[in-house]
Design a protein around this ligand. Sequence first.
Ligand code: 5GP
Ligand code: ZN
Length: 136
Amino acid sequence: MPPCIFCKIIVGELPSTKVYEDDEVLAFLDIKPINPGHTLVIPKKHFENIHDMPDALVAKVAVAAKKIADAMLNIGVKGVNVGMNNGAHAGQIIFHAHVHVMPRYGKDSFSLWVGKEYDGNEREEAAAKIRQALNP
Ligand code: 5GP
Ligand code: ZN
């Protein structure tokens, strides 16, 4: 197993700029922010991504992300994107689960996805597949 950068940050082997910490969660600034203050919220225990995490820990990380997002609004941030990349195909680069909390000011370096139209039955089929996977 290759050494995990975020696990090294947790134990202090690598430096980070911390903004929040509790028993199970650490939050520190992303080294390449979309805007100053862009924060990563991570579980202290190593999990590759959201799929591997126990639900209770997902909740703890989500609540910490909200706390940080709320705090950002109190210091003049205009809006906050909260997001998580899970898997290489979803753009995950660091394989220690993390939630991005990104301060926004309207037009800046971050761009949201561009939606496409559904063809024919595509929408119903997609929903049916997800419902089936949820209730096999
Ligand atoms: P993702 O895996 O969701 O694509 O993004 C990983 C994020 O981790 C990137 O935004 C990147 O800038 C950040 N990152 C990568 N290496 C380090 C590091 O050593 N320290 C910090 N603070 N952030 C990092
Ligand atoms: Zn790790």
